[in-house]
Design a binder for this molecule. Structure first.
Ligand SMILES: [Zn+2]
Length: 314
């Protein structure tokens, strides 16, 4: 065979192998989802739709569209289909946004992302971005002025990608507050518009709560922390040996020209039946979309916020 033909054959084989690899890694998650997640029952759907806020706080300035992404390369949360359904219905009911659900990396191109106003990471873990262009499309999307929303494991996600990790604001470093417990939460900033959902009061809620690797945590000079664990309650502080200390749960921040809303709620599927948390999520989403003007001044720069602690355990 001619040398040139051998070279061409080699290139073709290489291309084929690449496509096959991409196909295989894409299908792996879709297969996992099909095996692992059963369709929600009517009763499960009703619990979510009954708890959704009736309307959005702000009328969208334009038709908004969100890419909901749920791929896991690490731990898979059973709450993922509940979060996906809740977000689809939330958009429909409030007319704040429409959404597309995806779990394969091929959605991360500049061209495809143009149609979206925000990316919502629903419990994604250990995302990889096999192609550098996919990583760049994701980073450019947020930095150029769009929105990024993360639920729960979205902070157990970017160990391979420090720039993305930095956008979120912290990475998972264990969960001393397990999913079997009901924990106390304080509002760091009770008057903040994204805390209206909680009516100015701290509260108790059952969910799994992360602490963040101190080296990765963006901290109060960057984040506007909205909700944290309430360490004044022994049920919370006794879970750690070095407490009490601050463990943030929900925050917003600017990232380039973009806006980020992250909440650690969402490990348990029941969290998506909780009316107050769903409203908090909607407000955070509308902030990320650019429709809700919220003060994102970093917490360390504000002096007038006095935390609203949780009541004693009911
Ligand atoms: Zn979890």
């Amino acid at each position: 065979m001619h040398k040139k033909s051998i070279y061409r054959l080699f290139i073709l084989l290489l291309l084929f192998a690449n496509v096959a690899f991409a196909q295989e890694t894409n299908d792996k998650w879709l297969e996992t989802k099909a095996k692992r997640f059963k369709p929600l029952t009517e009763e499960q759907q009703k619990k979510i739709t009954d708890a959704l806020p009736a309307r959005a706080v702000w009328i969208p300035k334009a038709a908004r569209k969100i890419l909901v992404f749920d791929r896991c390369e690490g731990f898979v949360h059973d709450s993922i289909p509940f979060g996906n359904f809740a977000m689809e219905q939330l958009g429909k009911k409030t007319e704040a946004f429409t959404s597309n659900l995806a779990g394969t990396y091929d959605v991360f191109t500049n061209e495809n992302l143009k149609q979206y106003d925000a990316i919502l990471l629903n419990n994604t873990t250990h995302m990889q971005f096999p192609e550098p262009s996919q990583l760049n499309a994701f980073l450019d999307f947020v930095a150029s002025g769009k929105g990024l929303i993360g639920f729960h494991a979205a902070s157990d996600n970017f160990g391979r990608h420090p720039k993305c990790l930095d956008m979120v604001g912290g990475i998972f470093n264990g969960h001393p507050w397990g999913a079997g417990g009901t924990w106390a939460f304080k509002l760091d900033d009770p008057g903040h518009i994204l805390n209206k959902a909680f009516d100015g009061k701290g509260f108790w809620h059952q969910d799994e709560i992360y602490q963040y690797n101190p080296e990765s945590y963006a901290g109060l000079d960057v984040l506007r922390v909205l909700v944290s664990l309430d360490m004044s309650k022994k049920e919370v502080s006794e879970r750690i040996n070095d407490g009490p200390r601050e463990v943030p749960v929900s925050w917003i921040r600017k990232a380039g020209d973009g806006r980020v809303f992250y909440t650690n709620f969402g490990h348990r599927s029941e969290t998506f039946h909780n009316a107050a948390i769903l409203k908090h999520m909607l407000d955070g989403i509308q902030y990320a979309l650019g429709d809700l003007e919220a003060d994102a001044t970093p917490t360390s720069k504000i002096t007038d916020a006095h935390a609203a602690l949780a009541p004693e355990k009911p």
